[in-house]
Design a protein around this ligand. Sequence first.
Ligand code: AMP
Length: 285
Amino acid sequence: MSKPLVLTTRDELARERPELGRVVLVPTMGALHVGHRSLITAARDLPGTDTVAVSVFVNPLQFGPGEDYGRYPRTLDSDVEVCAELGVDVVFAPNAAEIYPEERPVVTVSAGPMGSVLEGEFRPGFFDGVLTVVTKLFNVVAPDVAVFGEKDAQQLAMVRQLVRDLSLPVRIVSCPTVRDPDGLATSSRNVYLSAAQRRTALHLSRALRAGADASAAGPRAILDAARAELDTGLAADPPLSVDYLALVDPETFREVPPDFTGAAVLAVAAWVGETRLIDNVPLDL
Ligand code: AMP
């Protein structure tokens, strides 16, 4: 188990970059869990990878006022240990001033229409913040490939759109959502949940499973089945509070019509107490 090279500045990275060969980047906000581990393992296993780089950066630009930027878990030492265990070569862990020397950039990436639906509707400016930092990380690290999780399906679709629209020379690879044995999608935010809140949170993955089980019967049946399960969550103690449940086209994130056939994503976002959770499942209709 060799320790990764931990770099915190753009200059350090620029000095090392010529020696790194073909770089596969796994961008994260840290507090690494089994979901991140699967991305790192996939990065390692891609043919032709010389260097696996993991970025750990809690991006202030993607948090709205009143969101959890301040209390987001920051566990760099144990993240570096996880990276060492998985054979990561480089950890890039800049502070906010390194990425945003002027606090807020004047020029940012605009996510366009897909950035204002679902996650974007409930978190205004979120995708502009995500795409701006992803662009900056791509510029600083200059990866050949970047790996993203399907757990954040709309983010994945937005990043693919970013790469196409801005002709970024990076290949995007995605990995399926990793779940705990009880079905809850692993997330750095799960540490916020009490045992009772976690029980309530299980209604998300159950709703998606209920929707998936109804997928042969079409969009309306899928949404009805998922909604019925979420309704149980609304009545739970503590209760679930749902931001959205939607069946969407995986590329545009527009809701699909009732007669739709083809690939779709059933996506949900909900609150348990002060914790906002998202989950989704890919479906073939
Ligand atoms: P985050 O640190 O939450 O910003 O996530 C960093 C990357 O890990 C993103 O590409 C996420 O989609 C991915 N990710 C987070 N949770 C999971 C999970 N449970 N399964 C697969 N990928 C995940």
